[in-house]
Write a protein of this length. Sequence first.
Lengths: 278, 312
Amino acid sequence: MTAKKIVASTFVYLIAFIALACFIFPFILLMINSFKSNGEIITNPFSLPSHWDFAHFSDVIAKMNFLVTFKNSVLITLISTLLIVFFSAMAAYHMVRKPTKYNKIFFTILVASMVIPFQSLMIPLIYIYGAKLQLIDLIPIPLLICFYIGFGSALSIFMFHGFMKSIPLEVEEAARIDGCNTLQTFFLIVFPMLKPITVTIAILNVLWIWNDYLLPSLVLNNETVYTMPVQMKVFNGTYMNNWELLIPAILLTVLPILIMYMIGQKSIINGVMQGSIK
Amino acid sequence: MLAKKIDEVRYHTEISQKVIRRKRNLTSLGNSMLFLGPSTIFFAITVVIPFIYGIYLTLNKMDSPTDAMVFSGLLNYVNAVKDAEFWSSLWLTIKFVVATVFFVNLVGFGLAYLVTSGMKIQNSLRTAYFTPNLIGGLVLGYIWQFVFVQSLPALGDKLGISWLKLGWLGDPHMAFWALVIVTIWQTSGYMMIIFIAGLISIPKDLIEAAKIDGAGAFRRLINITLPLMVPSFVVTIFLSLKNAFMVYDLNFSLTKGGPFNSTLMVSMHVVNKAFVEANYGTGQAEAIILFLIVAIVTGIQVYSSKKMEVEA
């Protein structure tokens, strides 16, 4: 290696590590400060804690109603994602295999709807289901799940639609001859072949629904049905600037998704890559 | 006798064929309902009906959301046009859009270029740079509040750097840039992934040929890589445009629009108009104006940048 090349590659590594430091220092700050008391946090946020104190975590778990909130978030995210994946795959299958005029029009409407931002739909949504039908107070969680299916289906159907075209028709015909009806052909033959795109769609939907704030903040008005982001907002309002409680709360809110990322980082990155190319 | 028999057989086959055809039509209708039904229903109740109803909402006036509607023509749109805070928040949002679209794409492309240059640890770096995308804007705002309110001033005190000592979020100008910095930090990793997909699909022989012709690294970047990356830029600019126009969570949690409404973006203004002031009609009229602006801007962007695409 020539001297010039060594200098160049050192420079590249230097930039890479500076960028790395910029991207992860907020997380490191959170971690070291989550064990400290208010006095220590304010006088020196950069030092390691003088003693590792887990008391704030147990305090926050109780104050945040963590177990209930976590359960709500998991429930809403999983059920919505599962139903989005199934319903969208079925719809896309039907549209690809039966390209009638109506199906083409429906598909065009779906694609066009993707440019409508949530902010242009939220007011009538809350007016219809809140002020008029009173469903928001009656069944907040099922209603929220219905909304997620509705908002999530356009992109998911679009992505399934693109992938479905690459699935050979011959396999389905063979299944048909062996006596499968349409439903069996779909669930036993076609759906398993969609696995790569299904993983991508599921990941994108989980990330979106888990982190979503504006929609649940409008629909969930009662502490027993809060999701993690909504609870975090309420908690921040109650313990403004009380960092010894806020920092463990933030950490507990982001930890589930960070653990998921550590386990499935490869499929998450691939999923995002696939999702963006389509 | 025989002719009669033949007629009879023909009659029966015709009937049974008709029955089969009707049955087949019925099952195909049943299948359509089964496969398309669920998505159609959920899509209709969350997108189609609210969208149409939203337009109807803007043509009516009511004193509170529970009161009866009274037809008011275009009054809500007139109110929206007269609403000074709406326009100032929209103007601020446009500045925010320009700043973030530029920097997010610049940083995202830089990172992608860095982690495709053949370093041994490039996969770990990709994973690390992407991490902020896993966390929602609301929680990120709280994380950075700690950085801006507690950590940077403490660091400034220690090192004697005066511009770090000031609370960033207390100053209107600095608070705006705080929002821009956090947005770059949050979304450039996502754009990086899209750029990586584009960069690895550029044919190697093209780069090699340019090298042989004596083009330096900078020349290759400007004349070969960037023109071939236009399709990736179409996607990343579209996404960053839409995200920036619609920013709410981060705005809400990091600055709450403050100090003195100086960082109040248009989404937050619409939310406040509808759900704090309880003025659904005018709020929705402003939301529709916003939708039209975003649709026109992104439409022009996609159309004009598609024209710049080149074949490898």
